[in-house]
Write a new protein. Structure first.
Length: 352
């Protein structure tokens, strides 16, 4: 069958995701992207409509963009149109998606945001498409609770994680070999709660090392240094966009992957999946999808969301004991392989 993939981003996991999907045997793939890329070996279109004007995205620009996309799809006449970034459409309540009803349409959501208007938007978008892909059973059940039964759970796969020598990884970040490493990996966005972790570590009495690695957004080097004066000798940072090798080193250097995310974050977590592939202990908040994933699969421990005191208590307890990987953990790790991901997507496409 012929599938047109549409995405609004070609950075990081976006590109790896579409790259994996393009490997499904027997399909003819066309990609519609903001930029063409040598990474993909398929026919590509670069959409011309400006995504933003003066830093803002207007409704008129969005309408023009939808019209341009439809023109490309109409010219290609595919069996399936798959929109890979459903989160982009929240603001527009799916306006214009019914244009694609002539084709089987799939949209992938990485999160389901709370709030009356967000719920209304998701319901509207789900009504415009044949299938809504969600990366956890929790999110699929959440969509069902909204009254929409076209959700499909396909676990977010491990697309990039590689194993390397642990000592080499620690040496790269100047980490000691005999002290546990807590790693906070990824952009330092407000919703990812690095500040909550920094506050919590003031009350951790067990020995630890902290690695913060990723592009600075809300919290920069100056902020981190100001908030970690009490344990400054234990802090190691790599505040920049991480290369593939640097990400590999950061993940392999860690003992515990810490996800101090705020309640507003209720999506699949890249560092969680990457950490599980490397059999790390996962420490995350007790809300929504993250809580469900960690507790149901025995991936580690949870703390009270947005509560630094609760986080410090859990970190102290975790540092005192050895983390044991059980069958639940192993089964979840197995579900993250690319083969399962592609098989599930192939089944979805064939059943439309």
């Amino acid at each position: 069958m012929k599938i047109v993939y549409i995405d609004t981003n070609t950075l990081g996991h976006h590109l790896f995701y579409i790259g994996a999907l393009s490997e499904i045997e027997g399909n003819e793939v066309v990609a519609v992207l903001p930029e063409k890329t040598d990474y993909l070996q398929c026919k590509q279109y670069k959409y011309e409509t400006e995504d933003r004007k003066n830093g803002r995205r207007s409704f008129s620009q969005y309408r023009k963009w939808i019209k341009e996309l439809y023109g490309i799809v109409k010219a290609e006449n595919p069996d399936i149109v798959h929109i890979l970034n459903g989160d982009f459409f929240y603001k527009y309540f799916g306006f214009g998606l019914r244009k694609f009803k002539k084709y089987k349409t799939v949209i992938t959501f990485h999160c389901l945001r709370d709030g009356f208007l967000n719920k209304l938007s998701v319901k509207s978008i789900a009504s415009c498409v044949n299938a809504v892909v969600l990366h956890s059973e929790y999110l699929k059940d959440k969509l069902s609770a909204y009254g929409k039964t076209n959700g499909v759970h396909i676990e977010y796969p491990n697309l990039t994680t590689k194993t390397c020598d642990r000592n080499k990884a620690r040496t790269y970040f100047d980490l000691k070999d005999n002290i546990p490493v807590l790693a906070c990996i990824g952009e330092t966005r407000y919703d990812k709660g690095a500040d909550i972790l920094l506050e919590a570590l003031n009350n951790v009495t067990e020995s630890f090392q902290l690695l913060i690695a990723g592009r600075p957004v809300h919290f920069d080097e100056k902020y981190i240094r100001e908030k970690t004066q009490k344990y400054s000798e234990s802090v190691h940072t790599a505040l920049k966009f991480l290369s593939d090798d640097e990400l590999m080193y950061a993940l392999n250097a860690a003992d515990i992957i810490v996800l101090p995310y705020r309640k507003v974050f209720d999506a699949a977590s890249g560092p969680l999946g990457e950490g599980v592939v490397l059999e790390k202990c996962i420490l995350g908040p007790n809300h929504g999808n993250l809580n469900d994933t960690i507790t149901m699969n025995h991936l580690g421990y949870t703390f009270e969301s947005e509560n630094s005191d609760s986080l410090s208590e859990v970190i102290n307890e975790v540092l005192k004991k050895d983390f044991v990987i059980d069958d639940n953990y192993k089964n979840y790790k197995d579900s993250l392989n690319v083969e399962s991901f592609l098989k599930n997507y192939k089944n979805l496409y064939n059943n439309l």
